[in-house]
Design a protein around this ligand. Sequence first.
Ligand code: UDP
Length: 246
Amino acid sequence: MPTPEMPTTSSVMGFPVHLFDDYVAWLRLRNQEKKGAHVVTLNPEIIMQAQENQSFAEILENAELVIPDGVGIVFYLWLRRLQIQRCPGIELAQSMLEVAGTAPDNWSVFFFGAKPGVAAKAAESWQQKFPNLNLAGTEHGYITPEGEEKLLATLTQLQPRLILVGLGVPRQEFWIAQHRHLCPEAIWIGVGGSFDIWAGTKVRAPLWLQKLQMEWAYRLYQEPWRWRRMLVLPKFAWKAIITLGH
Ligand code: UDP
């Protein structure tokens, strides 16, 4: 495997985003070197929240890898004459699971988050796809404080190499930042609602909508309660336009 370079860092409203052709290769190397990483899947909602919350902003600044997940990020950079490819977090997580399930180094993986039963079902479907996947364990995202203590002890003991955390934004980013020292060699990725999709409790937008960069519209159609959260999208777009040239 050729040695992947460090990702180029660009900035979206003052927050870093790493632009690189092959995030998987970079993470594989990172994992081989046992360096660990926190991966944040950047979208306009995250940016707008981080602008209001200093601790969240610091988490973004300290994450080793921030990928351009949202179409708003692509739009912001496009306005600034930088054409980049969107990298949806769910796809990066899938590629990492594929590597974990097929690579000779066979890292162990842990799924944490979503409603009871969902992460376990998602893990089961991945294990069917990759029987060699080394599954360290799963835990749902609505555990009690005692359950969480137990989970932290389990993670410390098992030292999984790929830890997917699906608690939603910004809970998952705070949770990872707070606990990643327990497994310093692991790749930690905040995966939002990915477990729901892998378990089949929710479906991703059809490919044609994804290609039209309209995945957000399908989410709104599926989960209309998101409308309030999604109001940040036009706000972000407006801000992206009026700060051009600054
Ligand atoms: N979730 C969880 N614990 C909580 C709150 C949410 O495990 O206390 C899960 C929820 O069940 C869902 C995911 O977090 O699986 C959030 O998904 P969403 O698509 O809303 O993520 P976001 O858009 O915030 O990335």
